[in-house]
Design a protein around this ligand. Structure first.
Ligand code: UFG
Length: 339
């Protein structure tokens, strides 16, 4: 019988853990490999867990053989853009050399399929306010985007490995049943920050720039529910198993929402009022980043199902859960110790 075991690198993280839940629902077995540098072991609920760094090539290859893995899903990476500017070497090591190690292990173990977590950051700063197709110019403006683009190229260069690179736009939301969700520290993403403000965990939300060339002057982004991203991984896996060729696909809704609109929506859904401060622009932000998702529709038969309201509702519920509250309390205590 063909193996249904899928090695999920970074499966204890945000998008990885939601994908493990879907894999399990689709009768695959997710085997999570994670070094727990940013992931959470409590998010591993749908299959075995092995604590390992992806740079340990031989051990990785041994696990691939031991579990007779049919495919690899590679989420394991450093993702914080600002951190990548401060410490590009760590990003190179984890994201580029880490991917090299994964490919070497796959070749050693004879695994031929990989679904790779890429990002809209590979496009850099688009010249105009139009949805981006995959053949748009690839010119990242920070080390995070550079390392992801480099990893995409390394993967595509492998003769014996077929790949789907999924270029996520703004991942957000949480598992609709509340089992898992986003637990980042430091938190830099807009939706969790606005929700934290609504929940009185922060004093204010800053709007970074109100003078962009957009309808209300604030940046426009394409927000996509993490459950929809997880679905795309299942479709990408099936596409590869059925003999699909190498491809990169944008994962977004093709709808853009401004920072202002996100804040208004959180206010409406939570019925909370909070302080909003207009700040100057944050370095490196593009005015407008929205996906043209036609290719993902055509090739992966994928389109997001969950709208902005559902995204905010699910994220709001998650941020009120005991799991999230415990995480945030522990982090806050650790911060106090450091002061
Ligand atoms: N923003 C605010 N205030 C905040 C936080 C964010 O106004 O407190 C704004 C940002 O300036 C930006 C928008 O909200 O205009 C979204 O910001 P996020 O930090 O949530 O997300 P980004 O679009 O900057 O980044 C996302 C992913 C990155 C990825 C990038 C691809 O989080 O991992 O898209 O372009 F690299």
């Amino acid at each position: 019988m063909v193996s249904k075991n899928i090695l999920v690198l970074g499966g204890a993280g945000y998008i990885g853990s939601h994908t493990c839940k879907k894999l399990h629902a689709e009768r695959f077995t997710p085997i999570t490999i994670d070094n727990l540098s940013n992931g959470h072991q409590q998010s591993v609920q749908w299959g075995p867990f092995e604590q390992l760094d992806i740079l340990e090539t031989d051990k990785l290859a041994t696990l691939m053989k031991q579990y007779n893995a049919q495919a690899v899903m590679h989420f394991a990476a450093l993702i914080e853009v600002a951190e990548s500017v401060k410490d590009p070497e760590s990003f190179y090591k984890n994201n580029v050399l880490g991917t090299k190690s994964v490919l070497e292990a796959m070749n050693q173990a004879g695994v031929h399929h990989i679904v790779f977590s890429s990002t809209a950051a590979v496009y850099g700063q688009p010249a105009d306010n139009n949805p981006l197709k995959e053949d748009a110019s690839l010119s990242p403006i920070n080390p995070y985007g550079e390392t992801k683009l480099e990893a995409e190229k390394l993967i595509r260069a492998e003769a014996n490995i077929k790949s789907v690179a999924l270029r996520y736009f703004n991942a957000c939301g949480a598992d609709t049943n509340g089992d898992i969700g986003e637990m980042h520290y430091p938190e830099s993403h807009l939706i969790p920050l606005v929700i934290q403000t609504a929940l009185n965990m922060r004093d204010q939300i800053n709007i970074f720039g109100t003078d962009y060339n957009t309808p209300d002057g604030t940046c426009v982004r394409d927000y996509v529910h993490v459950d929809d991203l997880a679905d795309a991984h299942i479709n990408a896996l099936k596409y590869l198993i059925n003999g699909g060729e190498n491809v990169a696909c944008n994962l977004g809704s093709s709808n853009g929402y401004s920072v202002q609109k996100i804040i208004e929506s959180v206010k409406n859904i939570t019925q909370e009022n909070f302080k909003i401060v207009e700040e100057k622009r944050r370095t490196g932000d593009s005015a407008y980043l929205v996906a043209d998702n036609a290719r993902a529709k055509e090739i992966l038969n994928w389109a997001p199902q969950k709208d902005l309201e559902t995204i905010i509702e699910d994220a709001y519920h998650w941020h009120q859960s005991d799991t999230y509250k415990n995480f945030w309390e522990k982090i806050s205590e650790r911060k106090k110790e450091l002061v």
